[in-house]
Ligand binder design. Structure first.
Ligand SMILES: [Zn+2]
Length: 137
C-alpha cells in the first residue's frame, strides 16, 4: 500500500487515449507511458512516437480509495492500482469487478471498458479504461 492523495484531479482529460491504451515511446531512452506526450518526461527527448500498449499486466501496488475526487464518489470504495503491463510499462488505473479485499500483489489483470464517472442528477456518464482480474488463462 502507498499513500494515495485524493486531491489529485480527475483524469477525464486523458480518457480518449486511455481507452485505446495509447501511450508514447521514447526512442532515446525507451521510456513508455500514458498518456501520449510530445517530450519524454524522463530524458527530455522529442524523439517520441505513439504506441499501443498491451492490454494485460499485473498489479504491483494498490490502494483502496474511500474518499474520491468529485464525480467519483459513486464508486467508493474503489481500488486504484499501479499496474505493470506485459511490456513493462507502468500505469495507474482503477480496478473493477473485484472485491478490494481480494486484490493481491502480482494479480493478473486485463483492460476493460467501464463507466468512469457519473454526473449528479442524471448528468453525463463517461466510459473509460479500467482493469479487472483475468478470468481465464
Ligand atoms: Zn526518453
Amino acid at each position: 500500500m502507498w499513500a494515495f492523495n485524493p486531491s489529485i484531479p480527475p483524469i477525464k482529460r486523458e480518457m480518449p487515449s486511455r481507452y485505446r491504451l495509447e501511450g508514447f515511446e521514447c526512442h532515446d531512452c525507451g521510456f513508455r507511458s500514458l498518456p501520449p506526450r510530445q517530450v519524454c518526461p524522463r530524458c527530455g527527448s522529442r524523439n517520441v512516437s505513439r504506441v499501443r500498449l498491451p492490454r494485460r499486466g499485473r498489479v504491483l501496488q494498490h490502494a483502496v480509495v474511500h474518499s474520491a475526487p468529485r464525480g467519483y464518489e459513486f464508486y467508493t470504495p474503489y481500488v486504484l492500482a499501479l499496474i505493470e503491463l506485459e511490456d513493462g510499462t507502468r500505469i495507474f488505473s482503477q480496478l473493477t469487478d473485484v472485491d478490494p479485499e481480494e486484490v493481491t500483489q502480482g494479480m493478473e489483470v486485463e483492460a476493460v471498458l467501464r463507466k468512469v464517472r457519473v454526473g449528479g442528477h442524471g448528468g453525463p456518464v463517461a466510459y473509460g479504461l479500467k482493469f479487472r482480474p483475468v478470468l481465464e488463462r
